[in-house]
Design a binder for this molecule. Sequence first.
Ligand code: ARG
Length: 283
Amino acid sequence: MSELSWGRHFLMCPPDYFEVSYSINPWMDTSVRVDRDRAREQWAGLAGTLRAAGAVVDEVPAQPGLPDMVFTANAGIVDGTTYWPASMRHAERAPEIAHLCRWLAGRDWTVADPPDAVQEGAGDALPFAGTLVAGHGQRSTVDAYQQLAERAGWTITTVELADPRFYHVDLTFCPLDGTTALIAPGALTAPSLERLARLVPDPVPVTVEEAAMFCANSVVVGRTVVMPACSARLGRVLERRGFQVAVCDVSEFAKAGGGCRCLTLALDVSLAGDASTSKEVAA
Ligand code: ARG
């Protein structure tokens, strides 16, 4: 049971300006009000749970007018000390990136020049088995991944997202350790599911109902799986595999279509130069 080589250092952004003021995914209903105090409590609960599990959590200041900046998973892709800024599909989120670039550059990160094609950061790109499992078909584009593979030297396994409710790959797929990952089969096209099945030796299937509870949008710290929700069934499966489940209620953020994983960006990911990065490439 090899633990993930990443997931001990995260970037989060407090929900100071969090609200649902526009709708860019099927979960967002602008007539639904966010309880900001409750959001603050839930956000602090998540940060506290991650720290208690052994992770370091850094905080980037929130910016007025950018309610979705809380979802730092979409800020970009981290590789060693290099940050590849995202290129957001929707104009509402685009200005977040300049703030992230400034904040990270001020902390000695190298800010890379990203491809001129839509790619929504780690929310759509999770490392597993020496490759970057990269979602497209809803937000990010295959084009962006082709350019990133070339420029950054990563091995990328693209998977097509089939259901608008699961518009980022981190709502359908969650690496748990070196061989295990949560996968929501119903959210992927058949060829993509096949590709993922070849990559993951020990998949833990998540039903569409569980995926709709954002069960796959979990953060893994060692053997602790920090989940926005967990069915009794899935909890038993994970415990049998030696994981501890920590459920963190982030229901205020579900109003904007996000869970625990969306609220974090892993800062300790290393992709290029990894000796095992030659597993599989697919377009
Ligand atoms: N409202 C945000 C959006 O639609 C939610 C982002 C969720 N992030 C994620 N990594 N799945 O962009």
